[in-house]
Design a protein around this ligand. Structure first.
Ligand SMILES: Nc1ncnc2c1ncn2[C@@H]1O[C@H](COP(=O)(O)OP(=O)(O)OP(=O)(O)O)[C@@H](O)[C@H]1O
Ligand SMILES: [Mg+2]
Length: 425
């Protein structure tokens, strides 16, 4: 492994900041370190307190540094929140030679990117969806084909300027360079969706603490991107209000004994709760599900609306993949399958090696995706790597060499033609 193979993803979420250090090798990404800190400076995915966010970032980065044995200088940071918008655009160019060259493709994409973007918004991504050559549509890679007129269809993702600048400011104040800003679910998709899922059509839903991001992939490209300002914290809040308990107690109850709908909880089950004043009470566990069910229904209704909006019912052949911590609520996946009327699976970056906690947790998909975004490895590619144990030993060796090495600043990372905005500070 060389110095250039170390990459760092920074997921600044509403409930946690997560820094993932990855080592990239031919066989797939290897997670070298992880740092997590509680996040208190964000609301609904947007920075509302700079100092608190800087402290959380510093803490997560410091933990990741000592866990991986590297110094982190540069990160690929994720952004999400209700201010993210996506829309389709297209642009056409004449072919200079007889065959389409990579530069023709770039020109066509650049032409599709020439759209009016209001001053208060910033272009985040222009993801190629499909190409049309002399009227023949549905082409994913036109390079080498003969033709006269090349048209590129791209999905443009924009972010509001101020949340973006505040996020960059926080990274800067925490002493980090930002190599890229990536819409979180785009990075997560890189970590959890297979090539087949992206090609046949899949909706990826990231249920975080304060936001829920939705993206549709079809024919290998991004077709729809959106975010709504609801997340797992609403469940916690409902329990705190409904049971008269503190937010901490509500959070604990939700994770340990919460359930998305009443029918999955046996009537005989009882639980103990500690109310805000310190009184202990015994309640039927079903009571928690009674509080949570309407909120889950409301959230799934909103998601259903988003799926309809993006044409997901005709296009998402592979159904829905759920990630994010809130997707872990007992029974949520089953309920989603019924309400949304699509097959649902929980996604996790299971193909990565190194840290079990990362590869098993849907809440770490964004962190892993941000670290490995723009790199080739696809889920499933590295599974059958018989050399894994040998590499693991080599990793330990290399890690020692890196112990005092600075993290290499990665610039110009691109994935399959995805153009990423260079950070504006
Ligand atoms: N086992 C669990 N059961 C239910 N909810 C859970 C569980 N584990 C985590 N959560 C919830 O997941 C949410 C946090 O998810 P995640 O870590 O993906 O959010 P985030 O990235 O910090 O926030 P966001 O993406 O909204 O900015 C919290 O509301 C937390 O209570
Ligand atoms: Mg998140």
């Amino acid at each position: 492994m060389t110095r250039q193979n170390i990459v760092v993803g920074l997921d600044v979420g509403t409930t946690k900041v997560c820094a993932v250090v990855a080592g990239l090798r031919d066989s797939g990404p290897d997670m070298l370190g992880l740092g997590i800190s509680p996040s208190t400076g964000l609301r609904k995915g947007i920075v509302i307190n700079i100092d608190a966010t800087v402290d959380s970032i510093k803490e997560a980065v410091k933990k990741a540094e000592s866990s991986a044995g590297v110094r982190i200088k540069s990160v690929s940071v994720g952004i999400s929140g209700g201010h993210i918008r996506g829309f389709d655009s297209s642009g056409a160019v004449g072919i200079r030679g007889k065959e389409v060259s990579p530069s023709d493709v770039r020109r066509a994409i650049d032409s599709a990117k020439t759209v009016y973007i209001p001053l208060d918004r910033e272009l985040l991504h222009a993801v190629p969806a499909e190409f049309t050559l002399d009227g023949q549509d549905g082409i994913t890679d036109p390079v080498g084909m003969s033709g006269v007129r090349l048209e590129a269809g791209v999905h443009i993702v924009t972010a509001a300027v101020s949340p973006m600048q505040n996020l960059l400011k926080c990274c800067g104040k925490a002493g980090l360079e930002v190599a890229e800003v990536v819409f979180n679910p785009l990075a997560s998709a890189h970590a959890v969706l297979t090539k087949e899922e992206k090609s046949a059509g899949t909706i990826l839903i990231d249920l975080g603490g304060g936001t829920t991001d939705i993206v549709l992939f079809k024919d290998g490209g991004l077709r729809y991107a959106s975010a709504i300002g609801v997340g797992g914290n609403h469940f916690t809040n409902d329990l705190a209000v409904g049971l008269h308990v503190t937010m901490n107690e509500a959070e604990k109850l939700k994770k340990e004994v919460g359930a998305a709908y009443e029918d999955i909880v046996p009537s005989s089950e009882e639980i103990q709760i500690t109310q805000a004043g310190g009184q202990r009470r015994t309640l039927p566990r079903k009571y928690l599900a009674e509080i949570l069910q309407p909120r889950c229904e409301e959230m799934l209704d909103l998601l259903k609306g988003e799926i309809k909006k993006c044409g997901g019912y005709g296009n998402a052949i592979c159904g829905v993949v759920l990630i994010g911590g809130a997707s872990l609520l007992t029974g949520f996946g089953e309920m989603a399958e019924v309400v949304l009327g699509l097959p649902v699976r929980t996604g996790a970056p299971g193909h990565v090696k190194g840290l079990a906690v990362v590869s098993e947790g849907p809440a770490y998909a964004a962190g892993v995706g941000l670290a490995t975004y723009g790199q080739e490895p696809e889920p499933g590619k590295a599974e059958a790597d018989a050399m894994h144990s040998v590499f693991s030993r080599v990793t330990d060796l290399v890690r020692d060499i890196f112990r005092h090495a600075d993290h290499f600043h990665l610039n110009n990372r691109k994935e399959g033609g995805v153009l990423c905005l260079k950070s504006r500070r």
